[in-house]
Design a protein. Sequence first.
Length: 210
Amino acid sequence: MNVSKILCVARNYADHAKEMGTAVPTEPIFFLKPTTALLPTGGTILLPPQSKRVEVETELAVILGTGGREVPADKAMTLVGGYSVFFDITARDLQAKAREDGSPWTASKGFDTFAPMSEPVPPEHVSDPHALGIRLKVNGIVRQDSNTRQMIFRIPHLIEAASQIMTLEAGDVIATGTPAGVWPIVPGDRLEADIARVGILRCTVAARNR
């Protein structure tokens, strides 16, 4: 899959905003991950030595089949070319320090292997992307268990809002945010996320050598 850019949505579930101790947003908040963070079809997440606490967040990803600029919400779903299970891997301690300093989050989100995603499924496999069970197991124990109906901003709104900022392109990935239950990961962990009708994403975790 040829990915153009990875656009992520922060705090798009109210329960996740609460567990992070942050306000529920009134408009979508976007940030970017580099395409070098991509880990197609799963694999091994490498934990960087710069961080002491890395966490996994499970998300529904939207893959765009076509692009556009200033796309109205009522036309937005025509851009969707597929869906995938996505892990937004975050170096939480680096993110917390960046917030304290008023600095960007790029380092905490952008390490290599910090964007695993499953093989995409076509949109016709998913009749309603806003009614999908989303669950994460870490070493066989359920850590996240929610439903995409809990999204604050739905996919048409996200596409409309993003396209007001930047031109969207075919191959763009929009990770739609995570529910509560983000979990710290350590070397040796086995991660398995399941989103109904979208697929399963499996990863292992290892330390990255300097």
